[in-house]
Write a protein that binds this ligand. Structure first.
Ligand code: ADP
Ligand code: MG
Length: 619
């Protein structure tokens, strides 16, 4: 039989390769913008017609190309950026695979004009479906212009896959943002169908973010900065109350490259657990820098996925850095009874009855220190907050990019912070006297205070209050345990038993003295003083199961997890509220909480009912 294998002609090979690199107009946009950045441009213009179907053009003022390079750059594996495989692990440029221009030229009609500053004349190359139509001399300003006409003109199947113009243009904008967000020091202009859509001046990162997403973002962000020998983190995080149901405005960059990573996204979002309602996602702009030798950027042709050598280390560090930033800037929502939802101009997402938070609580929280936080929850007016400690400064050699962030930090100056701390030191109990109260349907309490009506879910309020008290107990020395004369024994499964053994020390801090009798039998020698506990077997079993599922699904830390499970179990143990004193005591305890607005499970604790909502109700 004859041999049947043959080499594909370049034209076909390029078309196949193009399928990986250029799936839609936005992919070509990404490649061309990145080439312009790599060429050292200061101002980059992106010109689009018909959502990229008829024209995608990028004009830069970068270093340009020689006459021969202008022809060679369209060859597959033609690159000036690497010369051997080892270079892959020291990459400073966006591109390196040398296939973008070859791929684009395989499936479009491309015209390139390019001139180096030192050359008298510019070069013009026209290439259609990988076929060179023209290679000559022309006049042009220095830099490069690549115009991609009629994308997929020779691959109608691909053209049919394109979505509506609105969708394709939104994808283009997204790619444009991703490049612009890594290079705030470069100017960008985006045109669509002859109109300027977005013009971004060179500036710092904060200006770049607000340039793209609007000046409202000025108040929505706080900065994150952390550095060790092996990695640096910088950028901005959204304040918890700006979390949205949709995952938009979430940007993660590794070594100046936009990346998608569900695990690193989780490292960021899980730091917000219990600060945002369930199912809400905070915006973020996080920039990570690691040694290029520890990242493999060459695992997908579009390079949006990366492989990290120490992914667990990076995960842990990022998670801790986000928590630290949240703690430092104390951006947890505070109880604000003066807040009237009806008067809200509307920029708070629905379902979040929180006003823009002020700086205040727990400035000492620092997951990088081994000793825990020093704050105390003010039960009945006891305890207090220690003076705020400024975070240690970042080392000097962070690049200019991070110094931008430093200049534009959004948190209040230290003096402001100190004043606000004092305010918190003296709980605003006077202003929160209840004038009248009324229990409704067992679980609710209607309270009139300072001319406002509050509807409080007392179970959730109680859950929040005891959650924070448990959390504090877990950070301190064991409480007094009431020894039982007749210890009760409980029986668990082997897996439950193993977990209970692990958590024995924590349980003791919460007042439960547990002694293992065997792998599955435990004696409960003591329970908390002053607490009525129902069925111990059921209580411990439920807590262990809940704990295990939290650990698996939400990767919660031991202390928070246990406090949450415990609070969920004990929340209904609240006694009915029948007097004004009890109402006031609840209000005070709630207002002393770090996050009074949400239950630790992420549910709303209370709602302020204003005149307008009453009127709406009776409409
Ligand atoms: P890669 O970026 O992976 O090297 P490309 O196909 O995108 O591959 O580009 C091939 C080469 O063409 C680049 O390495 C670069 O030398 C040159 N080049 C492409 N675009 C530009 C530009 N806008 N300005 C200057 N040189 C460019
Ligand atoms: Mg490239």
């Amino acid at each position: 039989m004859n041999d049947i294998i043959h080499l594909l002609p370049d034209v076909v090979a390029n078309q196949i390769a193009a399928g990986e690199v250029v799936q839609r107009p936005a992919s070509a946009v990404k490649e061309l913008l990145e080439n312009a950045v790599d060429a050292g441009a200061r101002h980059i213009q992106l010109i689009i017609k018909d959502a990229g179907r008829t024209l995608i053009q990028v004009v830069d003022d970068g270093k340009g190309m020689s006459f021969n390079d202008a022809r060679l750059c369209f060859e597959r594996h033609a690159t000036s950026k690497i010369s051997c495989a080892d270079d892959l692990f020291a990459i400073q440029t966006k591109g390196f695979r040398g296939e973008a221009l070859a791929s684009i030229a395989a499936i479009a009609q491309v015209e390139m004009k390019t001139r180096r500053a030192e050359d008298e004349t510019a070069t013009r190359v026209v290439i259609e479906g990988s076929e060179i139509k023209e290679h000559g001399i022309t006049a042009a300003p220095y830099g490069t212009s690549v115009a991609v006409n009629n994308l997929f003109f020779n691959v109608p199947a691909r053209r049919n896959f394109l979505k509506s113009d609105a969708t394709e243009f939104a994808n283009i904008e997204e790619e444009f943002y991703r490049v612009a967000l890594v290079h705030p020091d470069l100017a960008f202009t985006l045109y669509h169908n002859g109109k300027v859509v977005l013009q971004l001046q060179a500036g710092n990162l904060k200006q770049r973010i607000t340039g793209i997403f609007g000046t409202a973002f000025n108040d929505k962000l706080f900065s994150i900065q952390q550095e060790t020998d092996f990695m640096k983190i910088g950028g901005f995080l959204g304040k918890p109350e700006n979390a949205k149901k949709k995952r938009s405005e979430q940007y993660l960059f590794i070594n100046h490259r936009f990346v998608k990573s569900s695990s690193l996204n989780f490292a960021i979002e899980s730091a917000y657990t219990q600060l945002v309602p369930e199912g809400h996602h905070p915006p973020y702009f996080v920039y990570i820098e690691v040694n290029p030798a520890t990242v493999d950027v060459n695992i997908s042709p579009t390079k949006v996925e990366v492989k990290l050598q120490d992914d667990r280390l990076v995960f842990g560090f990022l998670n801790a850095a986000v928590k630290k930033a949240i703690g430092e800037f104390s951006l947890v929502p505070q109880l604000d009874f003066d807040y009237d939802k009806d008067l809200d101009p509307g920029n708070v997402p629905a379902g979040m009855p929180v006003k823009a938070p002020t700086v205040g609580l727990d400035p000492n929280y620092n997951p990088f220190r081994s000793s825990g936080s020093t704050h105390k929850v003010l039960f009945g007016g006891g305890g207090g907050y220690s003076a705020p400690q400024r975070p240690s400064g970042l080392s000097q050699d962070w690049d200019s990019f991070l110094s931008d962030i430093k200049q534009t930090e959004v948190h209040a100056p230290a003096s402001d912070q100190a004043t606000q701390m004092q305010l918190i030191d003296e709980p605003a109990s006077e202003t929160m006297e209840a004038e009248a109260f009324m229990p409704v349907y067992r679980k609710y309490l209607l309270v009139k205070t300072g001319g406002k009506l509050l509807l409080i879910n007392i179970y959730r309020a109680h859950e929040r209050i005891i959650y924070e008290s448990y959390l504090n107990a877990l950070k301190e020395t064991p409480v007094v345990v009431q020894q039982s004369l007749f210890p009760e024994t409980i029986t668990l499964t082997a897996a439950q038993g193993e977990l209970l053994n692990e958590l024995k020390g924590e349980f003791l801090k919460l007042g439960y003295e547990i002694e293992p009798m065997s792998a599955t039998n435990f004696a409960i020698n003591g329970t908390p003083v002053d607490e009525e506990i129902g069925d111990l077997q059921e209580l411990i079993e439920t807590i262990i199961d809940d704990y295990r599922s939290n650990r698996m699904n939400r990767m919660m830390e031991t202390e928070k997890n246990l406090a949450l499970c415990m609070a969920r179990q004990r929340r209904s143990a609240i006694k009915p509220i029948t007097t004004l004193e009890e109402t006031n005591s609840l209000l005070q305890q709630l207002s002393a909480c770090l996050v009074p607005t949400l239950s630790p499970s992420g549910k709303k604790v209370f709602e302020v009912i204003g005149e307008v909502s009453l009127e709406n109700f009776l409409k």
